[in-house]
Design a protein around this ligand. Structure first.
Ligand code: HEC
Length: 126
């Protein structure tokens, strides 16, 4: 019985735990970009001149040691889950945004593939 339960749990949790492999190098470019990720508006990133980066959010150096990939993904997709008051944008959301350029309407800030890349980059910051 116990074995059956274990198998059931593994079967159920595997799809939830699966974290797609992103490309850390592409993620670094997205995070530093002032037209894509815009993370530097609020965060210091390793290798970016600190005078050109914001300090509203925590310095992301070493964040891959502090948070697991699933937590990093959650910070990008639903930062309000860890702090309902946060000003960090929900990067996977496409509804409820205001003053969106016509060419970007209906699109999330970052695509699923871009989020995979940024998660891979953040996980590499040790
Ligand atoms: C408008 C400001 C803003 C932008 C833009 C922003 N963040 Fe954040 N972020 C924050 C703040 C503020 C926090 C602190 C958490 C909170 O508010 O509770 C945070 C927290 C985080 C954390 C958790 C860090 C830790 O040590 O706990 C990660 C990871 C993160 N941000 C990644 C990103 C990435 C990657 C981008 C770009 C794709 C980004 N953020 C863009 C404001 C921002």
């Amino acid at each position: 019985m116990r074995r059956v339960l274990e198998l059931l749990l593994v079967g159920l949790s595997a799809p939830l735990l699966a974290v797609a492999e992103g490309d850390a190098e592409r993620g670094a470019t997205i995070a530093a970009s002032r037209t894509e990720g815009l993370c530097v508006l609020c965060h210091a990133l390793p290798g970016i001149d600190a005078r050109l980066a914001g300090n509203i959010g925590p310095d992301l150096a070493g964040v891959g040691r502090r948070l697991a990939p699933a937590q990093l993904r959650q910070r990008l997709l639903a930062p309000q889950d860890s702090n309902p008051e946060t000003i960090m944008p929900r990067y996977g959301r496409s509804e409820g945004l205001v003053r969106v350029a016509a060419s970007r309407r209906g699109q999330p800030l970052l695509s699923d593939a871009q989020i995979d890349d940024v998660v891979a980059y953040l996980a590499s910051l040790r």
